[in-house]
Design a binder for this molecule. Sequence first.
Ligand code: ADP
Ligand code: MG
Length: 295
Amino acid sequence: STMPALLASLSNAAKNGILFKSGVFLEKLSLVNVIAFDKTGTLTKGHPTVKHAEFLHSSWSKEELNSIIYEIEKNSIHPLAKAINEHLKIHQVKKPIELTAFEDVPGMGVKAHIQETIWKIGNREWTDITEKQECELLMKIDDATVDTGHTVVFVTANDQLVAYFLLGDTIRDETVKAIKDLQAKQILTIMLTGDSKRGAEKVGRIAKVDEIGYSCMPEDKVSTVKKWREKEAVVAMIGDGVNDAPALAIADIGVAMGMGSDAAIETADVVLVKNDLSKLLYAMQLSERLSRIIK
Ligand code: ADP
Ligand code: MG
């Protein structure tokens, strides 16, 4: 019987912080030949910090903008929202601000109404900023600072740009080696991110993934996974965000980071409890060994 070998492997995995929701996925893991990675929180640590903030001349003072941005981002669980609010260092606004129609669109940003004004905070697409405009804004910041950041978050009030933030996050210590080791196993590595082309390429170059998909909405992550499955590949998707959950569900094997959102952890088939990407390789080795025993 293969049962004792399977149980031993599952318990070995668990001891190493790899939780399989079913033995089936441990058996299947050695067959994976395409892995799609989310960027923020998966290849990177997911603790971005603000490297540069700019408040443009507008009808609102810097103090007013600070309070407004804080009040809106307070409603979002996105790591960028947390980073911005930590940077703003506000713990309670002086005058209460009444928000209505708050919306949080995964992969895009947030939106809220305050009296007559529609506020949007998020990426270029979400705030209708052109690539040219972004380049011009970044040119005003010194190169050394721009190098530390890869994500730009824009703030618009009734479609007028009033502020922007440059945020940076660090690549996980094990990311580069994990990607290299997977490639040595002939596994195609793809990074899928909701972030812009610029941000995606900065991280993609360091991690040396084979392919990059940027400005991905949750359904774009799904269609990439589907595309590879239709080519008869065995696809694993690994992510942490609410925006990754649909792709985790459709992959042959969905892997969630332990620090990830509830949606990702509930949808995934495997959880990397300690957020350590090198455990993915360890799990693959367990799976390979298991398949040799079973055969
Ligand atoms: P990833 O796929 O790399 O994990 P996300 O899909 O979570 O990235 O986010 C994509 C982009 O959406 C971010 O880079 C950011 O520009 C924007 N965004 C999403 N939510 C927010 C928010 N609450 N505040 C600011 N920007 C946001
Ligand atoms: Mg993420």
